[in-house]
Design a protein around this ligand. Structure first.
Ligand code: GCB
Length: 602
């Protein structure tokens, strides 16, 4: 693997730290294994529909409380209204069902012991979309992007008693956001993932990357490459990495800025794979800090039209997924939520999941590591993006930096997808091409793809040939295509007349196909919304795709029905996209078994 240059690492750190924030948005990796206090639970809130950041001229984050009868304060956090964190506000109160704007959340807490030798941070797993973090009456900064983590330091502000953390979250959809204004999923607003108080030594290990060097795969002694970065003023000269099961205890000399690139020789390494999702305990120590993680080592690459995992061809038996718990109708935000859907995917026979269309919760990626499920991860570069706007490109890079920082060490994550169904116009081609280069410079250990748009003109026409002509393919390792013949245009049997022409020596993933069905509704195979229609569509689609030269996997759309404001057909959709193989209540539809059978034969 090409190691990141130290200067690049620093640059990324700066991008992640200062692009949208005055100061202090610092990336802290692996929060789960640090000393933390959860700030989840009930938070008080105030709605700010006109986005004034204050009511009656009084900033909400100042937390004004009337002391005398004569005092004028025009908002109150203590009127009994609360929101559960983490969670989507839209599903918690009828008054917030369709609310898209700003809500201010307040949490108060005591911190019994504040130590001089420690630094304190507020870490937010994700808040959708634009977040203002304030603490004890001071604005710490803003974070943009609804699905990636961020941290702000509060060391100089934290007290033993009566701390108040006030976070404003604005979920308004805007044309220059990533994603842009219209999506086929629910715009769940609010603090959607865990919030915690993180305690670290004054100088601490804020980030590290380790991965298996693919050029050494065939060797007996393999090499693990790594990077390490410390944050703080009293930088030690040395750090240490320990992997007990591999008998590794290696000293790492640090540069004067607290970073290092390193390589370790390893013998008898058990490779991570779906059949053997072996994770090693890895501990890194530097100065007063010590952090442990569980990490798997594998390689992923392409050769001609094949995808190779650990040097061996693999067929990706996949399914698409949104980051929702359908039973709770909420954004997924726990290990239990992740387990629910990963268990279903394994029942279906999957070894691969496309986490559509934005970064999902970290719990699912960590659980996939343990269960041996490969993942495709993507950013919400979806319909309607302002391709010509350089600020939007910066936002996309920022989100990618945060996602890669979070998941770099996860063996399950093998593909970064840089876009979904975007028309190949010059501005978009330039944007995605820049982004592809950027992603490769931060992480050259994974494969790049993008779900390219179905061929509009040819789609739905019998006897047609699908030609892969999107210029962005040049930049990608894998060609991925969404194809809805039989649902959006034509009937399922028209799949018999469609062929696919590649012209590239690259593997192909069918990243979406499918159609809607209401679980429990039956009819003949031409009855729209019946389970039989969807079943027939799966039979014909699978037969069509299976003939594609270079087919390396598929991720039909989608494992479970999901909420979407675009889907309003009463009595059928009622706000749900019905293309799931499983209903929102957890019942399987007939098409589930068609795909399961196909995967059994692969
Ligand atoms: C697509 C999109 C996906 C939609 C799906 C549909 O092509 O990528 O986000 O939900 O079609 O159901 O139409």
């Amino acid at each position: 693997m090409l190691l990141l240059k130290r200067s690049l690492f620093l640059f990324l750190y700066l991008v992640a730290s200062f692009s949208f924030v005055e100061a202090q948005n610092i990336f802290i990796s692996n929060v789960q294994h640090r000393t933390t206090t959860s700030l989840n639970g009930k938070w008080q809130y105030v709605i700010d529909p006109y986005e004034t950041e204050g009511m009656g001229g009084m900033p909400v984050y100042k937390n004004y409380i009337p002391k005398e009868e004569s005092d004028r304060v025009e908002y109150s956090f203590t009127d009994g209204r609360t929101l559960w964190v983490p969670g989507s506000w839209n599903i918690q109160h009828p008054e917030l069902r369709y609310f898209e704007g700003t809500v201010w959340y307040r949490k108060t807490f005591h911190q019994a012991e504040i130590s001089d030798g420690k630094r304190y941070f507020i870490n937010v797993g994700a808040a959708n979309y634009l977040t203002t973090v304030t603490f004890n009456g001071e604005i710490l900064g803003k974070h943009e992007g609804g699905f990636t983590p961020f941290s702000f330091e509060i060391t100089d502000l934290i007290k033993e008693k009566d701390n108040f953390l006030i976070i404003g979250v604005n979920s308004a959809r805007k044309a220059d956001n990533v994603p842009s204004k219209v999506t086929d999923w629910s715009n769940h607003g609010g603090i959607i993932r865990d919030v915690s108080l993180v305690e670290v030594p004054t100088t601490f290990i804020n980030n590290y990357f380790v991965s298996l060097d693919k050029s050494t795969l065939a060797q007996k002694t393999k090499i693990i490459n790594g990077k390490l970065e410390l944050a703080g003023n009293t930088l030690p000269e040395k750090a240490r990495i320990v992997i007990p099961e591999l008998n590794i205890e290696q000293e790492l000399a640090l540069n004067s800025n607290g970073t290092t690139d390193f390589s370790i020789d390893v013998k008898n390494l058990e490779l991570w794979s779906p059949e053997n999702p072996k994770l090693y305990k890895v501990t890194i120590e530097a100065g007063d800090d010590k952090i442990s993680d569980e990490i798997g080592f594998r390689t992923i690459e392409t050769k001609g039209k094949e995808i190779l995992l650990n040097g061996e061809p693999i067929f990706l038996k996949g399914i698409c997924l949104h980051d929702e718990n359908p039973l709770r109708k909420d954004r997924a935000n726990s290990v239990e939520d992740a387990k629910l859907v990963l268990d279903w995917a394994q029942e279906l026979g999957c070894n691969f999941i496309r986490l559509a269309h934005y970064p999902h919760q970290e719990n699912i990626v960590r659980l996939a590591d343990k269960m041996g499920i490969l993942l495709w991860e993507e950013l919400p570069l979806y319909w309607g993006i302002q391709w010509g706007n350089p600020e939007v490109l910066e936002k996309a890079k920022q989100q990618y930096t945060e996602l890669i920082n979070r998941d770099y060490n996860r063996a399950s994550s093998i593909i970064w997808s840089i876009a979904n169904e975007t028309a190949p116009i010059p501005d978009r081609n330039k944007f995605l091409s820049d982004l592809a280069d950027y992603v490769r410079t931060i992480d050259d250990t994974r494969l790049l793809s993008a779900a390219i748009k179905k061929d509009q003109e040819l789609d739905g026409h019998p006897d047609s040939v699908y030609t892969y002509n999107d210029p962005i393919i040049e930049k990608l390792d894998i060609i991925s295509l969404n194809e809805y013949l039989g649902w959006y245009g034509g009937f399922p049997e028209e799949c018999r007349n469609k062929t696919f022409k590649a012209g590239y020596e690259k593997p192909i993933i069918v990243s979406e196909f499918g159609g809607g069905a209401m679980q429990g509704f039956h009819g003949d195979k031409y009855t729209r919304w019946s389970e039989e229609f969807q079943e027939y569509l799966y039979q014909e689609s699978i037969a069509m795709f299976d003939k594609i030269d270079g087919l390396a996997g598929m991720t039909p759309w989608i494992l479970v029905d999901f909420q979407s404001p675009l889907r309003q057909l009463s009595g059928v959709q009622d706000g749900w996209n019905r293309k799931g193989l499983i209903s929102e209540k957890g019942f399987k539809k007939k098409a589930f078994f068609v795909l399961e059978e196909y995967y059994r034969t692969k």
